[in-house]
Design a binder for this molecule. Structure first.
Ligand SMILES: Cc1cc2nc3c(=O)[nH]c(=O)nc-3n(C[C@H](O)[C@H](O)[C@H](O)COP(=O)(O)O)c2cc1C
Length: 337
């Protein structure tokens, strides 16, 4: 097995679950949407460009499921049926390039500034720790807020399916809203959505179950390998949570970082700086395909990691963003000696 071998995503009989190779374009915010979250010509150009990487799966950036979950002014939205036409055009151009198309859903929860997100809310009203800034304190969510989030995620997934995507990913990493539910740092609720790890995972489990019931989409989840933050999510808690998510219907686990954001932790060096997290999940023997990410730049590294079972799929962000065609020529078109 290497980067060129196709991957049949387990757990489903749907034919669109075969990926032509093991490369994934990581979700990357393009900041090209209108202030209302609609796709622009620049958004289309951006994805037409990324699709030239020859990756088997191209992920579309974090897209807000409701305006209350928006964290950047020009963020892409899937909060309204009016968004379907624009994201459909993105899915079409990814398919034209021969790749499968996925879209990532997010709610920022307490991770945003008040000028973009005036009604900041989070599981327990605890300020979300961020490495590079101090965030405002959110209000604690009511059960009604939680039910409303659930509805927003499910409705957004239905739009993603109507737009022709193959995959939908729940963004439960990088300190955003669903990560805040999972993490003991930001979730100190004493109802059915807090307390033990199963309760902290409950909202995500319920969203997955409903997406599985109401759509034919393959469901992915981006989770931290751990929070890399004092008293945050541990690797064991992530393994436990991923077990619940797989039981609920997830077929791909995308392993990134948690509270604190996606940036490289200071002490991690070299190509594949987060891959030890995906390797930990691979060793846990979970019944799902596993994506590794973090500073991956070469075909040799991808082959080595697949051969050592550190991940099943390699997500590449910045090395593709820098030049998708160059990446394809250097990494995907390269013969293996
Ligand atoms: C410009 C940019 C935008 C990003 N936007 C997102 C995003 O929308 N969702 C997400 O989960 N990660 C996002 N990330 C993180 C990437 O998906 C990826 O995990 C990270 O860049 C590490 O991979 P790399 O070293 O190959 O770039 C973004 C990264 C960059 C550089």
């Amino acid at each position: 097995m290497n980067r060129f071998s196709s991957l049949s995503v387990a757990n489903s009989s749907l034919s669109h679950h075969v990926l032509k190779n093991r490369l994934v374009v990581a979700p990357m915010a393009s900041q090209t949407a209108t202030l209302e979250g609609m796709v622009t010509e620049n958004t289309l150009k951006h994805y037409a460009n990324l699709a030239q990487s020859q990756a088997g799966l191209v992920m579309v950036e974090y897209s807000f499921v409701d305006v209350s979950g928006k964290s950047e002014p020009n963020q892409l939205g899937v909060h309204d049926d009016a968004c379907i036409e624009g994201i459909k055009a993105i899915a079409e151009l990814i398919h034209q390039a021969g790749a499968k198309a996925g879209l990532q859903l997010t709610h920022c929860g307490g991770k945003a500034q008040l000028d973009v997100c005036p009604q900041l809310m989070a599981p327990s009203g605890i300020t979300v720790p961020a490495l590079d800034r101090v965030l405002p304190t959110p209000r604690a969510m009511t059960l009604n807020d939680i039910n409303t989030w659930k509805r927003h995620f499910i409705e957004a997934a239905i739009r993603v399916e109507k737009a022709g995507f193959d995959y939908v990913e729940l963004h439960c990493a990088h300190g955003y809203g669903l990560n805040q539910f999972l993490s003991p740092v930001t979730n100190q609720r004493d109802d059915q959505y807090g307390g033990c790890q199963h309760n902290r995972a409950r909202l995500i489990i319920e969203i997955i179950e409903q997406i599985k019931q109401q759509t034919q989409l393959a469901i992915m989840i981006r989770v931290p390998g751990q929070d890399l933050y004092p008293h945050g999510l541990t690797q064991a808690q992530i393994v436990e949570s991923c077990g619940y998510f797989i039981d609920a219907g997830v077929v791909i686990l995308d392993i990134s970082s948690g509270i604190g954001g996606w940036n490289r932790p200071k002490e991690r060096r070299g190509e594949g700086y987060l891959v030890e997290e995906s390797a930990y999940l691979k060793q846990a023997g979970l019944n799902a395909c596993i994506i590794g990410v973090g500073g991956i730049e070469t075909g040799e590294y991808i082959d080595h990691a697949i051969q050592h079972s550190w991940f099943d799929l390699a997500a590449v962000g910045r090395a593709i963003l820098k030049g998708p065609q160059t990446f394809a020529e250097q990494v995907m078109n390269q013969a293996i000696d």
